[in-house]
Design a protein around this ligand. Structure first.
Ligand code: HEM
Length: 130
């Protein structure tokens, strides 16, 4: 089902599908498992999924409770390399393309690319000494 509107329900569906893909990915799965465990139904994951729903609602212009800054949450995770960011974006693109019509999917992806670039910059992911 490709949605041509964005709402809380379909963002929730997309976010869940995305993190299911992330957990199954051989590069990203172990990073997320280390921090949040491997069960999407369990406490830490539920909290993460809720936060990410709110984050995407905010970015897509909806009424959201997200007031955070994603950078500190990533500061001490480890394993955040250029390759892992590229993989994150590839998986995200696949999932938004599956869930939304072309224009909306492109909006999600464009915002993800911007935030990923900010995170890479803030965290020094591209520095030579990492
Ligand atoms: C290699 C790439 C990435 C990895 C491995 C990763 C991993 C994680 C993990 C493990 C957390 C949970 C931290 C915790 O609760 O202690 C987290 C939080 C979060 N991530 Fe990522 N992330 C990546 C890229 C991104 C990108 C590109 C975005 C946005 C487009 C993003 C948005 C967020 C947000 C909004 C949070 C919640 C921050 C908060 O607590 O306020 N992440 N990430």
């Amino acid at each position: 089902m490709r949605y041509d509107v964005v709402n809380r329900d379909n963002i929730q569906e997309m976010v869940r599908a995305f993190y299911a893909c992330v957990l199954a990915d051989e590069l990203l799965g172990p990073i997320f498992t280390r921090v949040l465990g491997d069960d999407l139904e369990q406490g830490k994951w539920r909290e993460h999924l809720y936060r990410l729903e709110e984050f995407w609602i905010l970015l897509m212009g909806g009424v959201s409770s997200y007031r955070g800054d994603p950078t500190p949450a990533h500061a001490f995770i480890g394993g955040l390399t250029p390759e892992s960011f590229d993989r994150w974006l590839t998986l995200f693109k696949n999932v938004v393309d599956e869930h939304f019509g072309e224009q909306i999917a492109a909006q999600f992806y464009k915002k993800a690319v911007i935030v990923a670039a900010q995170l890479r910059e803030n965290l020094g992911v591209d520095d030579d000494d990492l």
